[in-house]
Design a protein around this ligand. Sequence first.
Ligand SMILES: O=C(O)C(=O)C[C@]1(C(=O)O)C=C[C@@H](O)C=C1
Length: 268
Amino acid sequence: SESNNTIFTIDSLRDSLEKQEDFIVFCLIERARFPHNSPAYSSSSGGRRVMSSSSLAELFVRETEAIQAKFGRYQNPEELPFFPHDHTPIQAAAEAPPPFKFPQFLDPAASSVNVSRDIWNIYFGDLLQLITTDGDDGNYQQAAASDLVCLQALSKRIHYGRFVAEVKFRDSPSTYIPAIHAKDSETLTELVTSKAVEETVIERVKKKAEVFGQTVTVDTGGVSGVAMDVNATNTYKVDPSVASKLYAEWVIPLTKQVEVDYLLHRLD
Ligand SMILES: O=C(O)C(=O)C[C@]1(C(=O)O)C=C[C@@H](O)C=C1
């Protein structure tokens, strides 16, 4: 309904993006507890009988998403799966509560936007090596479970660009309409860009990695107080410069690509 639309403003969306940062930083910290565990990402079967030629991590994501799809995860317009699934939620008992009615805020343009492949490739091709140590502890299930949570958090954040683009378009259609008609992605990219906001976001993420990634120690010698270990960069659980690089080089550029892809189809 139209009344649902009022909850989305550029400020409320930026507020949500800021809160999602906390979760993303904690996801990275959690994954960084385990070594890289490269066999989880190799698709060769090593001669064993396997379900498919996919890696363990890929199978884990695919199968978990399929279950979450059955329970309605992708009825939420904020969520996009990495793999296509039958999105029909399972039939709940007759007395079960009715499904949540998500506000339908996005234009059908949303269905033509999907950068999941890029997120997948960046995560497994670049990011994972930057937040983990080389090594193999054999606990691939645990590593893959952490990967899934990271991937879902990043995908939600980046695809939030659809909501941001819709708000920007509604706030000022005449700014965007000529570039949309001209299919001018370069101009659209300039129009959705706010350098000052980007710099704040990148700086804030770095600071969060510094604050959340410290080892907190409690003085048990009878003296009250909590001592925070604010030592050299290499004592942080995730290198703060990796967190800011993630945002500067991948998260923000992909969010902008999502915004532009969405706007390009906004008047279809
Ligand atoms: O806040 C916005 O206006 C956004 O579009 C989001 C975002 C981001 O990804 O954080 C992307 C582009 C802008 O240049 C600034 C920030």
